[in-house]
Design a binder for this molecule. Sequence first.
Ligand SMILES: [Zn+2]
Length: 327
Amino acid sequence: MTKFPEARLRRLREFPALRNILQETRLSASDLVYPLFVTHGRKKRIEINSMPGVLQFSLDNLEVEIAEIKELGIGAVLLFGLPESKDTVGSASYKKQGIVQEAIRHIKDISPELLVITDVCLCGYTDHGHCGLLRDDKVHNDSTLEVLQTIAVSHAEAGADIVAPSAMMDGQVFAIRSALDTYDFSGVAIMSYSAKYSSAFYGPFRDAADSAPKFGDRFGYQIDPSNVRQALQEVVFDIKESADIVMVKPALPYLDMIVRIRQSSNVPVAAYNVSGEYSMVKAAEGNGWIDYTRVVLEIITAIKRAGADIIISYHSKDVARSLSINC
Ligand SMILES: [Zn+2]
């Protein structure tokens, strides 16, 4: 083995062309998914206080946003809906004319080639803000599965390419796969929020999607941040239940889980760089404390380097923009 002074690792870091050709992880706009919040009503473009730069759009204002996403080379959106009304069973989540169902049809009209992924959950649609149906003030697993099936089929009917169950109910992937196949949507894929941690980093999202639980918390169904093996079990179960893609959420504080899941399975791994991760960086940018673009590129590169094939991020447009400038 050669050693110093003949061997010098700095030799390969001397100048840009050398560094570029040796770059091990390369970001591309096609790695990215942009989350979109669609809201009822007209002429709405509402900025979310805790997430500067992220907006809720009414359908009539979606076209410009979709055009920008496409122009930047981002190939996929993840849809979240804000319905006009909520009830205890979240019935607005599976209506044919529901906000997400309408948004899917509208996006597919504007841009048929854009990949449309939909979040399948109840928390944005129930008046209590929990991810499932309640029995004795507890989220009831098996009755929730039936609603998740109905939501997923309604999204598929509207034209969704991928449905993404995020409720963390046991058996949700199997239930949704069976329902999709029964209704002749065997071509619609499932991206499961498999390793979804019970994280404080979701705070700003709950403003964006108006989905904070009105009582209690989500520790009863999401994974304790200190646990590794439980998340690996969730992934194994979801793959057995036919998940096409598995997800780790949040991303940056859970890079170790992205690595482990990448190494232990062969399905594509998605990572969700969540609202709190975004808002902290935006706040630091707003205070002039960091170089925003460099920090964001470093974060997203780290998520890809850990092994994520798909990166869902509120920074996606900024990342794609800076990649196009650097080309
Ligand atoms: Zn939920």
